[in-house]
Design a protein around this ligand. Sequence first.
Ligand code: O7E
Length: 224
Amino acid sequence: MAFEKLWSLSGRRRSRLIVAIDEANALEDVSSTLSKVEESAAGVKFGFPALLTLGPDRMRSVMQEWKERFYFLADYKVADIPHICGVILEQLKGLGFDGATVHVFQRGIEGLDVFEAPELVAVLAMSHRSPALDEGFEANLAYAKAARISGAVVGASKWRFIESAKRSGLVIFSPGVGAQGSELGSALQKGADFEIVGRSIILSQDVRSAAEKAAEAHRRTLNL
Ligand code: O7E
């Protein structure tokens, strides 16, 4: 089953929360940050800020230490020629990531020749104003399905796209909740499976209770 580890952690915590850790302070003491969201989040998303702050060696050891407790999603929105996409995805898997975001508009993902890659999550519609991606949404969705990708990123405010990706059977990851304006639980209500939340938790005075509040909103929304 796709995203089995994520679903299992999500069930255990009764939460559909993935925390994006992008802020310098939270990354400098990343173990403390992880321990504050441990009870509430099923996953953690690391992008360039984490890689450039921690470096690959520290990132690997952090994920090794916490691998039983979080699903780790790599967010590098990989979009290169198929060979280089494959090289990058193998390296991300080697660092300990369970899943990874990729773009699909460039095509070629169906031809990846990789030994071991993280589970792929296609960026289909972003949370900000992104007309070029939005215009290609249905074609990119059909392509992602044909390329046997199981996950999709769809911005939390783009309800029509959430509903469409849901009908296609993809597991949907929705960012844009909190700091970018969408309400906690609003994307879940439209059919998203997970909400990705960064600043409204990570920059809070009390990270632990902000994360718990998000998980509580998810429990209420979906009756978890
Ligand atoms: O706005 P915040 O602080 O809640 O953070 C949102 C995070 O989701 C941040 O790390 C950003 O890189 C990511 N994100 C979006 O905000 N919008 C998108 O359209 C796509 C992503 C993203 O790819 O997340 C990966 C699943």
